[in-house]
Design a protein around this ligand. Structure first.
Ligand code: SAM
Length: 218
């Protein structure tokens, strides 16, 4: 049963205060995090883990991202209401609901069929509307391109050029790039005439991006 009590609301407020102290200042993002009950996205036995600022297992060898990481990536994306956004790595659906709270018209793609089914059902119950796709997001999702923003929530060995192709001019790709141990957050803007501008940010540890343009052999 999905119940949000005074206790879980209080735990969420404490988490928001911690994120603010860690440098997340965008009130819209903090408000969205304050609104979405993160414990709905974890098994109910792990309620006490839901509002700690850490990644947590969601089964299938995958994780729900750390709240700080969700806030950090969302901040780089700078979502405007109505932006068409592609999220690669639906996972639990938590990041997806934050993007929807911020007004994104969201396409979200997940490689693992069980996680795809579970997230789709949960977001439907919570009345969060998105376009759910099960498939290899390392190739983007050409059928609905171009996008204003693309967010990759798994660590990639490179920046797949196919993702830049699927951006609108002026669009933005946020992707963690590196080896399997650590990845640097890259923010790539698509400029006119096929040019790109890359900004490099902090290092994180993500589960690997699988598929054709990810870590193929894993
Ligand atoms: N955004 C998620 C959330 O809020 O729970 C967390 C994502 S988890 C860190 C990374 C996800 O990317 C996993 O669910 C994994 O199955 C998925 N993934 C890995 N490679 C993928 C690919 N090529 N296409 C789509 N999803 C992929």
């Amino acid at each position: 049963m999905l119940v949000d009590t005074y206790k879980t609301k209080g735990m969420r407020q404490t988490l928001v205060n911690q994120l603010r102290a860690k440098g997340i200042v965008d009130e819209r993002i903090l408000e969205a995090i304050n609104k979405v009950p993160r414990h709905f996205f974890l098994d109910s036995a792990f309620l006490n883990h839901a509002y700690q600022d850490k990644a947590f297992s969601i089964g299938e060898g995958q994780t729900i991202s750390q709240p700080y990481t969700v806030a950090y990536q969302t901040n780089l994306l700078n979502i405007n209401t109505g932006d068409k956004v592609l999220e690669i790595g639906t996972g639990s659906g938590y990041q997806a609901s934050i993007l929807i709270e911020l007004g994104a018209n969201l396409y979200t793609i997940e490689y693992n069929r069980k996680l795809y089914e579970k997230a789709k059902q949960l977001l439907h119950k919570l009345n969060y509307k998105a376009h759910f796709v099960c498939g290899d997001g390392s190739q983007g999702f050409a059928a609905a391109a171009p996008y204003d923003k693309i967010l990759v929530t798994a660590g990639s060995p490179t920046v797949p050029s196919i993702l830049i192709e699927q951006l609108k001019e002026g669009g933005k790709l946020v992707i963690p790039v590196g080896d399997l141990q650590s990845q640097q957050m890259c923010c790539i803007e698509k400029l006119p005439h096929g040019e790109t501008k890359i900004n490099l940010h902090d290092f994180f540890v993500f589960v690997p991006l699988l598929g054709k343009f990810g870590w193929k052999g894993l």
